[in-house]
Design a protein around this ligand. Structure first.
Ligand SMILES: Cc1ncc(COP(=O)(O)O)c(C=O)c1O
Length: 423
């Protein structure tokens, strides 16, 4: 039995009052709080082995390189990726947004002929199709929309069910022989719905398309095995999985990473550089890691990955499900409407809602006055809000530290919102 009250005690930030109330943090979909071991790992790195990684001739550089590569292996283990030398499938990025932009830019470079014969599988031209969904975070939608504009390819998208799930059942119609890239979210950061990706992956591969997963909201909440899921690329951020800000990861099948041209150029990614001819780039993952790496953050992200695995993703999922079930009762509060599935099946505890007659910013402030942190706005996902006839919503999202009592408090406070605003 995992003692979740002990785990909660590992988050010092939660032990404080906000506006005279015990802080209740329900904004983990934006960013998760950090356990002591993660905070300590970052400062210990700076206090003991801080140095740039790779190529250093001195002992600190050697130690920081070992710590950096060990962290990569820990992260790989969390998501079912390879991490042996020469087989690495994890690229360090500045975050999910950075990883997704990097991919779209690399595909754009391949479309310009960069990367030679091997990179042709990523090249796009007018008539080709890129498929996303209406549930995408702007971090997926915009880079791939821009890629379509740059290459002349056509952007297509999956529609959503009434409760906001991606219509995987339409994969055979949406993805055609002309589709070259499919990029969809594993879990919407608005609806909390888990996408049934299997039919989409299968169809994408049937037509020879590359399948990219936005795993930002799934790595922190689900047991993930990218090999089993057969995804080609996946991007996520460390700060949502109890790790530091400023760093994220891109998973890529090894053979694809080897064929993909780089997107960012500079130090630490090149074998040979000349004035009068193109450089020879390093093998992945270094090829995609130009510049000085955020080593302390990567090391701390590795600690976060191990910490999650020690708790056990099944335990974490079961714990969060009980809180999600409680939170979803907000749908029964008069005037409240959950934007997304109203049952806990195949969803996580990211619960967005509309309150009839009250603006989300007012709703958020009302919760804040009670010490409850929720997020308001469009959550960088405007098309999914339009699907529900909205521009913005209020979102309560769970983390490992939340309790059923806290979820009950959210529902109790919710009942007071409309009376307070005299609706
Ligand atoms: C589903 C989803 N995708 C992508 C992102 C972008 O993540 P980041 O801002 O950490 O790059 C987020 C962050 O909210 C998200 O929830």
């Amino acid at each position: 039995m995992v003692d979740f009250s002990r785990i909660r005690g590992e988050f010092p930030i939660l032990d404080q009052e906000i506006h005279g109330h015990q802080l209740v943090y329900f904004d983990s979909s934006a960013t998760a709080q950090k356990p002591r071991c993660v905070v300590a790992a970052e400062s210990k790195f700076y206090e003991t082995i801080n140095a740039g990684v790779h190529r250093g001739a001195h002992e600190l550089a050697a130690r920081s390189t070992v710590a950096f590569e060990e962290a990569r292996a820990k992260v790989a283990k969390l998501v079912g990726a390879n991490s042996e030398e020469g087989q690495e499938e994890i690229v360090v990025t500045p975050g999910a947004t950075g990883g997704l932009n990097m991919l779209a830019t690399a595909f754009g470079n391949a479309s310009l002929g960069r990367g030679g014969e091997a990179a042709k599988r990523f090249a796009l031209k007018p008539g080709d199709e890129i498929v996303v969904s209406k549930a995408e975070h702007h971090s997926v939608l915009l880079p791939f929309q821009e890629l379509a504009y740059r290459t002349g390819a056509t952007l297509k998208w999956f529609d959503l069910t009434d409760d906001g799930r991606i219509r995987s059942d339409t994969a055979d119609e949406v993805i055609t022989e002309r589709t070259k890239v499919v990029a969809v979210t594993h879990i919407s950061n608005v609806t909390g719905a888990i996408t049934d990706i299997a039919p989409i992956v299968k169809r994408a591969h049937e037509v020879g398309a590359i399948f990219i997963l936005d795993a930002c909201q799934s790595v922190p909440h689900l047991k993930i095995d990218f090999h089993k899921m057969d995804v080609d690329f996946a991007a996520w951020s460390a700060h949502k999985m109890y790790g530091p800000t400023g760093v994220g990861f891109l998973y890529g099948k090894r053979e694809l990473l080897e064929a993909l041209p780089p997107a960012n150029f500079g130090g630490s990614m090149v074998e040979l550089a000349w004035m009068d001819k193109p450089a020879e780039y390093m093998a992945p993952p270094e090829r995609f890691e130009a510049g000085t790496q955020p080593v302390a953050q990567v090391v701390a992200a590795g600690v976060a990955a191990d910490w999650m695995r020690e708790i056990g993703m099944e335990n974490l999922m079961a714990h969060e499900r009980t809180i999600t079930e409680e939170l979803l009762k907000i749908n029964d509060v008069p005037g409240f409407r959950v934007i997304g599935p109203v049952e806990s099946k195949d969803r996580i505890g990211t619960v967005s809602f509309d309150v009839d007659g009250v603006h989300p910013h007012d709703v958020g402030q009302f919760f804040d006055a009670q010490g409850i942190a929720v997020r308001v706005g469009h959550h960088c996902a405007q098309p999914v809000h339009r699907h529900f006839g909205l521009f913005a919503s209020t979102r309560a999202s769970t983390g490992i530290y939340n309790t059923v009592d806290e979820a009950r408090k959210v529902v109790e406070v919710a009942k007071k919102v409309r009376p307070f605003f005299k609706v």
